[in-house]
Design a protein around this ligand. Structure first.
Ligand code: COA
Length: 392
């Protein structure tokens, strides 16, 4: 039971939040860009519309909004976060990590922060990693985000890929507690021999950006759809079964199956192979398309919002994606729902904290410049303190 005490720590989801861009691109609107139809997209994928980031809207913006919503549900002071992981294949920059931008904007001053790249499996990879660190008593509070602006790497002239993807972010706050339940088990896997099936060919060390890579459209997603499809239908069921085995549970115990939202036909085939009935499978693909690492946390948020999650439910999340990678996790939901509204005092505190974080960031940038000037005045080129008339 969720509130039974154990002698060691377990990681529990205590907050969740999502953010998607306001702009919605419908299938109908896509027909103006490529030779496709609403009917084909709905029939072959189940997607009707997706959210697309506006100019200036980035993976870190969306992550921040989702994170703030998750911290609100958890009613947690951002400065109590110990760890921030952003799972993404569309970071703001190759470096610094998007997680560091989020850490700065949240004013999470004691948190370690890094990005994790495992394609659409990235969120479950990150959740599993964070949960293990919490269970090992390394950290108490972790923020795990899945966030993407896939529209920035989508080839809007390629009908076989551009109809599939969307932008968004989802986040959860994980907290260590002696209460049993929470993240029960995880399965992570990879098969790099399939790396070329879903790839952003250029922009890395293999093919740095040149005029040629740009004109060859190598900075956009390239995918062998049918091969990914076959891999996905097999691996989701396999990984889900393994994760249940590890937790000593059976498919019949699953209350809700939250698979990666890539294609309704993949979701249905995987559910059939696993033997989970349709009413226990969550899908919101119709409104978001495939948001890669963001798809599972967004789906989880919506499942909770729609009252599909109850205390003590067993939830299985399973993803697959570029790498090739796959990941599944079994979660015993331990929080009574709905959660009480956060305390007004803490909401005001967080509001003030975020404003302070902006000031802190500005001040630290300014101080770095002042420091550089002072350094030039006080030290020589070798970093030795200047003394009037002589060096030390
Ligand atoms: N509109 C209309 N026709 C399209 C089209 C589109 N957007 N995209 C492809 N087609 C055409 C193809 O050109 C092909 O035409 P042809 O028979 O004249 O050559 C036909 O539709 C069938 O193409 P095919 O690739 O066999 O379609 P499919 O049923 O495999 O569906 C995907 C394509 C991409 C939807 C499907 O393979 C898929 O979802 N794969 C998995 C992708 C995925 O999940 N990626 C993310 C992993 S995280």
């Amino acid at each position: 039971m969720a509130n039974r005490q154990d002698s060691h720590h377990h990681a529990h989801i205590v907050g969740w939040g999502m953010a998607v861009p306001d702009h919605v691109l419908t299938n109908g609107e896509l027909t103006a860009l490529v030779d496709t139809s609403d009917e084909w997209i709905r029939q072959r994928t189940g997607i009707a519309e997706r959210h697309i980031a506006a100019e200036g809207e980035t993976t870190s913006n969306l992550s921040l909004r989702a994170a703030q919503a998750a911290l609100e549900v958890a009613d947690l002071d951002p400065s109590h976060l110990d760890l921030i992981i952003v799972a993404t294949v569309t970071p703001d920059h190759i470096f610094p990590a998007t997680a560091c931008l989020v850490q700065d904007a949240l004013g999470a001053k004691k948190a370690a922060a890094f990005d994790l790249s495992a394609g659409c499996s990235g969120f479950v990879y990150s959740l599993s990693l964070a949960a293990d660190l919490l269970a090992a008593d390394r950290y108490r509070n972790a923020l795990v985000i899945g966030a993407e602006t896939l529209s920035r790497i989508t080839d809007w002239t390629d009908r076989s890929t551009c109809v599939l993807f969307g932008d968004g972010a989802g986040a959860v706050v994980l907290q260590a507690s002696y209460a049993s339940g929470g993240i029960l088990s995880s399965v992570l896997g990879a098969d790099g021999s399939g790396g070329d099936l879903l790839i952003l060919p250029a922009g890395g060390s293999a093919h740095p950006a040149t005029a040629e890579t740009v004109s060859n459209r190598q900075h956009f997603i390239q995918m062998q759809g049918q091969q990914v499809f076959r891999f996905a239908t097999r691996i989701i069921a396999e990984a889900s079964r393994q994760v249940l085995d590890q937790a000593g549970l059976k498919v019949e115990d699953v209350s809700l199956f939250v698979p990666h939202q890539a294609n309704d036909r993949i979701i249905q085939a995987a559910a059939r192979a696993l033997g989970v009935s349709e009413d226990r499978v969550f899908s919101n693909l119709e409104h978001y398309g495939n948001t890669s690492a963001a798809s599972i946390p967004i789906a989880l948020c919506e499942a909770i919002e729609q009252g599909k999650v109850k205390r003590d439910d067993l939830i299985v999340c399973a993803g697959f994606g570029a790498g090739l990678t796959w990941a599944a996790t079994a979660i015993r939901w331990s929080l009574p729902l709905p959660v009480p509204a956060p305390s007004r005092r803490m909401t005001v505190w967080r509001w003030l904290h975020y404003r302070w974080a902006r000031y802190r960031s500005w001040w630290r940038r300014l101080w770095r410049k002042i420091d550089a000037h002072l350094f030039q005045i006080l030290y020589d080129q070798d970093g030795r303190r200047k003394r009037r008339g002589r060096d030390v």
